[in-house]
Design a protein around this ligand. Structure first.
Ligand code: NDP
Length: 464
């Protein structure tokens, strides 16, 4: 007799693990299968190791700043294998916590690839066992997109970059999104000569234009080469290194190529067609607001659904699913005003509407913007400025968007996001007494709206 469970979760990343633990807590009999490592992209080859590398890379700036603040630093040098090993120890610790949490919740964990065999049936490829399940949750995440570029196999992606045996002297990174800018900034500070090749005109296309300009200028100032309006046409071997041919016919010698061109949902070979779960045009599983697929009894959360590909969103979607289906407490994850951080250096924190979005949706808006030198930089040789920007609906005075670029922007935006989510007005920001001296005080001290800047790629929209 095959084992029967209330819930079978495919995928042990953020969304799947949360859903499994909460469902088990509601009394459901739960099994979870993971074919690689517990914790998923975020813990194993995403947010967590990336943040550790980012923190490591910023010591370069601290050392450069230190003499201005009276410190003499001699003989500091970076040891990549030491960082890699420390990072691996931390990931092993976190993975154990994930496994432990599942075990303590009473979830059966299975180290195997699992595929849907038909309605209510999942097959474990490691053992050939079939498990019957009243509900199946697909939480298989995504994987880096690889273009059909000749020589693409010579490149790496964010999957491999964390475990390079040694850091390359030069790296070409293709892409202008989260991963491209984060890795460009951190690798450059760890001593790699970085060139970004990006098809657009300014990195981070979906972000506020002022943030994009500010980060672009800071990255160039830090020594990162950014080639815009350009794509990689081919990657070739060139002696001990590599050569990149661009679509415009240029040739770049490099030691490594990293492709950061977005991620695609992991749906291939999962057996979704056996139950009639539909995919959208990007290959993501189609779901309703409560994460229900088009197949009876089959649910999906996280990156595999391509709603907002962020860990905290996947966690909420998983939690909401478990409370709804097994806890008798229906709720859905709210995808509005989700704050985001880009761990570039300088860092970006953003929530709500960009200036361009606000201009499209509201009759009149006011923009408040401040650029200044944070105190961590005033005695430093390089003048790196911070950007703080508010986008406000003139009619209601509601703060529609907060956009930050500079030290600790990610920490600040978490708190600003509460105010935006609560519908706070500019007046309420102004009524809040500043904390001095901080960079964050600019959020509550800007009084004069500014004229709109020239939007990226178009003429200025004055007024509005
Ligand atoms: P993004 O979607 O952020 O960026 C992809 C980039 O690749 C874009 O600049 C895009 O250009 C470009 N691109 C896409 N297809 C092609 C192509 N065929 N040829 C040339 N360029 C192309 O993806 P990432 O891979 O950087 O990150 C994946 C996701 O992971 C993010 O969207 C985010 O959800 C998540 N993530 C979140 C992080 C965080 O929260 N800090 C950190 C890292 C990842 P264009 O702009 O023109 O579309």
């Amino acid at each position: 007799m095959p084992e029967t469970v209330d819930l079978f979760v495919i995928g042990g990343g953020s969304g799947g693990v949360r859903a499994a633990r909460i469902a088990a807590g509601h009394g459901a009999k739960v099994a979870l299968a993971e074919e690689y490592r517990y914790g998923g992209t975020c813990v194993i080859r995403g947010c967590v190791p990336k943040k550790l590398l980012t923190l490591a890379s910023r010591f370069a700036d601290d050392f450069a700043r230190a003499p201005g603040y009276g410190w003499r630093i001699d003989g500091a040098h970076f040891d990549w294998p030491a960082l890699r090993q420390a990072k691996d120890r931390e990931l092993a610790r976190l993975e154990a916590i994930y496994r432990d949490g599942l075990a303590r919740a009473g979830v059966r964990t299975i180290d195997s690839r699992a595929v849907i065999e038909g309605p209510g049936r999942v097959r474990l490829l490691a053992t050939g066992e079939t498990v019957r399940a009243a509900h199946i949750l697909v939480a298989t995440g995504g994987t880096p997109y690889l273009p059909p570029t000749p020589g693409v196999e010579l490149g790496i992606t964010s999957n491999e970059v964390f475990d390079l045996p040694r850091l390359p002297g030069r790296m070409v990174i293709e892409g202008g999104g989260f991963i491209a800018v984060e890795f460009a900034c951190l690798l450059q500070r760890l001593g790699v000569e970085v060139t970004i090749v990006y098809r657009g005109d300014l990195v981070l296309r979906l972000f506020d234009d002022d943030l994009r300009r500010h980060l672009d200028a800071a990255m160039r100032d830090a020594g990162i080469a950014i080639r815009t309006g350009e794509t990689i046409a081919a990657i070739e071997r060139d002696g001990a290194g590599l050569r990149v041919r661009t679509a415009r016919g240029e040739s770049l010698a490099t030691d490594s190529v990293m492709l950061a061109l977005g991620r695609v949902p992991n749906t291939r070979g999962l057996g979704l067609e056996t139950v009639g779960a539909e995919l959208d045009e990007r290959g993501a599983i189609r779901v309703s607001a409560d994460s229900k697929t088009t197949a009876e009894g089959v649910w999906a959360v996280g990156d595999v659904t391509d709603r907002i590909a962020l860990t905290p969103v996947a966690i909420r979607e998983g939690h909401a699913f478990a409370d709804t289906v097994f806890g008798g407490r229906p709720w859905t994850c709210d995808h509005e005003d989700v704050a985001q951080a880009v761990f570039a250096t300088p860092e970006i924190g953003t929530v709500g509407l960009t200036e361009a979005q606000a201009r499209e949706r509201f009759a009149a808006i006011d923009v408040y913007r401040s650029r200044f030198r944070p105190m961590s930089n005033v005695l430093a040789p390089r003048i790196e400025r911070m950007l703080v920007k508010l986008v406000v609906d003139r009619a209601s005075d509601r703060v529609l968007g907060v956009h930050l670029c500079g030290p600790d922007a990610a920490e600040m935006i978490q708190l600003a996001a509460i105010a935006v989510k609560m519908g706070a007005t500019k007046r309420q920001f102004d009524q809040t007494v500043a904390v001095h001296p901080t960079a964050a005080e600019e959020l509550v001290t800007m009084r004069e709206p500014v004229e709109p800047a020239e939007p990226v790629g178009g003429a200025a929209t004055i007024g509005g």
